[in-house]
Write a protein that binds this ligand. Structure first.
Ligand code: ARG
Length: 546
């Protein structure tokens, strides 16, 4: 509904904007441009506009010239009931849109035979959230898990498995065993140069389609995916496709030729490289003929542009790969696969744990699963203390823990690094998942007590009620911006502000038994719906009780 109000303002005064905090207007039209055009002062223009409109459209209560701005104020008598009505009518679709364009979103993209680590946690969660947001806005989303299933490391792994491996052990505990074999290979190779030759030979056999090598590799892929899927299920993460890097192998020869022909790359000392004015050189093919991660990314773009005809392709990947993607995207543009801006690196900062808080398993990495399990355990303890009589407490604890992890990741500016601190993210106070879930549950407890039907024609006079109405009306505006900037944190921050306003209202206003019960119930229901819609996009579930 806020955009209806905005449209009415724009019809009167052209471009309007949301004024900065501290200015009490709901929208403001800066008069600088008109002033420049007419060679007059903006203050004068604002004054003139203020006097010009005698009869205002229904959503505008008043207009007021303030310096070089024309300020607009919402007519809450009309506005409130429209907002409440729209939310109750559209329910869990409130805020959604119908954009239709195709967006490919790539996220998680772990490497086969390696664990999902705490590093994958943020990209996986962020990617799924963007998938949810774009889908809600009516984009046709195609999600892709770009599995790292190719590369010389598989030669090492096959060799290590054939030399030291145990099939039953790998079946039972695939990632941990394979990681151990990999670590062992590197340890042994330090004193035995021959091992690297053996590994290269195995990788060559794999590339040449040797039956045994291929079977072992396929098995690595299969057991790894089984493990990944377990985590994805816990986190509510889904993909339409999981196209591994190996899929693009048959296309690489032609792509490399194309880069040469189009002078995007050149030969140097037997290798093929691409040079740039403003970036370091990129390797397209090694001198021994081996292809590379970057080349497979070029093939991915060419293939998917043709196959999916995407409007945009988003790469939700850690910021340490920033240079890689700049190089890939530039080359793809020069090759004519895409236009500038069609591929976007949605870069995500790193997460670090407070040292000593969790033991690292083999290979000195922090497993995502360990972090998640520890969070669930801690949530169980917290809930036991806070609400010993809670029904389904294990399930609730899981929802609180997963919600806390996701919310903490999604509420920060994604490019900034994050410190993962259990006490902080599980706190019931402050900008946390549990705080929002608790706010929702508290609102729900009022609904359970009321006998009133929500009012259909509410008029709100109190400032905090009006602020809540305005916030509610801005939901879709926030969603659009969050998609534009690929920043789920805008939604998280919005829900937090809404919840804060609601709690302010809750602490200062009586609902049950007050004269205003029916209209306050309408407000509470709307707040709950919007919190639910917003948290749902972040993958955080709401709880009726906690
Ligand atoms: N598998 C890679 C890694 O774990 C990430 C892949 C990112 N995506 C891409 N299209 N290059 O480092």
């Amino acid at each position: 509904m806020f955009n209806e109000f905005q449209k009415q303002c724009e019809k009167l005064a052209g471009k309007v904007e949301i004024p900065p905090k501290g200015i009490d207007a709901d929208l403001a039209a800066p008069c600088f441009e008109a002033a420049k055009k007419e060679g007059r002062s903006p203050v004068e223009i604002a004054k003139e506009l203020e006097a010009k409109f005698k009869k205002l459209p229904n959503l505008i209560q008043k207009i007021e010239a303030k310096g070089p701005y024309l300020n607009f104020y919402i007519n809450y008598d009309e506005f409130s009931k429209l907002v409440i009505d729209e939310i109750s009518r559209r329910g869990d679709k409130y805020g959604s849109a119908d954009k239709k364009k195709t967006v490919v979103i790539e996220y998680s993209s772990p490497n086969i035979a390696k664990p999902l680590t705490i590093g994958h946690l943020s990209t996986t969660i962020m990617g799924q959230a963007l998938n949810n947001i774009y889908t809600f806005l009516g984009y046709k989303v195609i999600s892709d898990n770009h599995l790292g299933d190719w590369g010389t490391q598989f030669g090492k792994l096959i060799y290590a498995y054939k030399t030291w491996g145990d099939k039953a052990k790998v079946e039972k505990n695939p990632i941990e065993e394979l990681l151990e074999l990999y670590v062992k290979f590197h340890r042994e190779a330090e004193t035995n140069e021959k091992l690297n030759d053996e590994a290269r030979a195995w990788f060559k056999r794999l590339e040449d389609g040797d039956k045994e090598a291929k079977e072992i590799w396929e098995w690595f892929v299969e057991v790894s995916l089984r493990e990944f899927d377990r985590m994805y299920r816990v986190l509510g993460v889904k993909f339409d496709h999981s196209i591994g890097e190996s899929f693009y192998m048959p296309m690489l020869k032609d792509i490399i030729q194309e880069t040469l022909k189009k002078k995007v790359s050149k030969e140097e000392n037997g290798a093929i490289i691409a040079t740039f004015d403003d970036m370091p050189t990129a390797l397209v093919q090694k001198s021994d003929g081996a292809t590379l991660y970057l080349t497979r990314d070029l093939a991915t773009i060419k293939y998917q542009k043709k196959e999916f005809r995407f409007w945009k392709r988003l790469y939700v990947v850690g910021s340490e790969q920033r240079l890689h993607f700049r190089q890939v995207f530039r080359m793809a543009e020069l090759l004519g696969y895409i236009k500038e801006g069609e591929c976007v690196h949605v870069d995500v900062g790193q997460i670090s744990l407070p040292t000593g808080r969790i033991s690292t398993r083999k290979g000195n990495v922090v497993f995502m699963e360990d972090v998640v399990n520890k969070t669930i355990e801690m949530a169980k303890e917290t809930l036991k203390k806070k609400n010993p009589d809670l029904k389904n407490s294990d399930e609730v604890a899981k929802a609180v823990a997963i919600g806390a992890i996701k919310y903490s990741n999604l509420s920060r500016d994604r490019v900034r690094d994050m410190k993962f601190d259990w006490n902080e993210i599980l706190s019931f106070e402050g900008d946390t998942g549990p705080y929002l879930q608790y706010t929702y549950a508290r609102a729900n407890s009022i609904l359970k007590k009321t006998r009133s039907k929500p009012s259909k024609n509410p008029v709100y006079e109190e400032a905090v009620e009006q602020s809540i109405i305005k916030k509610l009306s801005q939901f879709s505006y926030v969603l659009e911006r969050s998609a534009e900037e690929n920043k789920p944190n805008l939604i998280a921050n919005y829900i937090f502000e809404l919840a804060t306003l609601f709690n302010e209202f809750y602490h200062t206003h009586k609902v049950i038994g007050s004269d205003d019960e029916a209209k306050r119930i309408a407000l509470i229901k709307s707040v709950m719906q919007v919190i639910e819609n917003g948290l749902d996009l972040l993958g955080v579930s709401v709880l009726d009780e906690m």
